[in-house]
Write a protein that binds this ligand. Structure first.
Ligand code: ATP
Length: 252
């Protein structure tokens, strides 16, 4: 895949994080984190285990109390309640999928459609079918989601986020557990979503996927931003290589 070109129009700032600090008791999970994602941009958030990546997502989603800093979505303070976030156009996927195994594929995705009612949009059932179709799993709609192979369950989780037509999409390890063909498909889906103007922030351990897809990459280590820039510059940053201690972050 070629690197993504910059969006044709410089997108407005969708997510802006400034000075974000989160503590769990005596542990500083995040310290003074700054992060920007513009409309149409794909930003990767990487870092070793425990660096604070998921905590950033949880702070943006109102799931953890922040000790300091500001989080704005489209220039306004990020809503803290799920309904407010949905109205602000924020959707996320979870590391653990978070699907309801007893419900059908269609019902799982409809949960996302109902969470973000938009009077101008088609009804939830139609939106659900469109989202499943976009990801090539419309023929799975009636099956219990637990009966699907893992890569298809990941597509269902993604469809549940996309069905709300988000303006800010938070993807938590979307490539985790996927093989090369599924990752290539995922890469194409994320590019397509960003091309509609949606801002995408993705947490991922699969460094090659991140470097190939993202417009910018932010690296966290021990809760602090140690690099923020173009993928090629981040790859070459000695602080990043040191943080990964032996994990290959350079181009093959
Ligand atoms: N609810 C919590 N209570 C206490 N400590 C927490 C909590 N959530 C996260 N932490 C701690 O905060 C730090 C950052 O965790 P976080 O899950 O954000 O890291 P991460 O970069 O997403 O890691 P991974 O790549 O392993 O998912 C870790 O030290 C973790 O143990």
């Amino acid at each position: 895949m070629p690197p993504r070109e910059a969006p044709a129009r410089a997108g407005a700032m969708r997510l802006q994080v400034r000075g974000l600090t989160v503590r769990f008791g005596g542990l500083a999970a995040l310290t003074d984190v700054d992060l920007d994602v513009a409309d149409g941009q794909v930003v990767g958030l990487i870092g070793p285990n425990g660096a604070g990546k998921t905590t950033v997502f949880n702070a943006v989603s109102g799931l953890v109390r922040t000790a300091a800093g500001t989080i704005t979505v489209a220039g306004r303070p990020a809503p803290r309640a799920p309904s407010g976030l949905a109205r602000a156009g924020v959707a996320r996927t979870l590391q653990g999928l978070g699907l309801f195994p007893g419900l059908s594929v269609r019902e799982n995705v409809e949960v996302g459609a109902l969470a973000a009612p938009d009077p101008g949009a088609p009804d939830p059932a139609a939106r659900t079918l469109r989202a499943l179709d976009d990801l090539g799993i419309a023929d799975r709609a009636a099956l219990p989601v637990g009966a699907l192979p893992y890569p298809e369950q990941k597509k269902v989780a993604l469809a549940r986020a996309l069905v709300a037509d988000p303006r800010l999409l938070l993807l938590d390890e979307p490539a985790g557990g996927l093989g090369a063909a599924d990752i290539a498909e995922l890469d194409a889906v994320v590019r397509r979503v960003a091309a509609t103007g949606c801002a995408v922030l993705l947490v991922e351990h699969h460094v090659d996927f991140v470097m190939g897809l993202c417009d910018r990459v932010v690296v966290l280590d021990f809760g602090r931003v140690i690099a923020d820039g173009l993928p090629d510059d981040v790859r070459r940053d000695p602080a990043v290589t040191a943080a990964y201690l032996g994990i290959e972050v350079t181009a093959p």
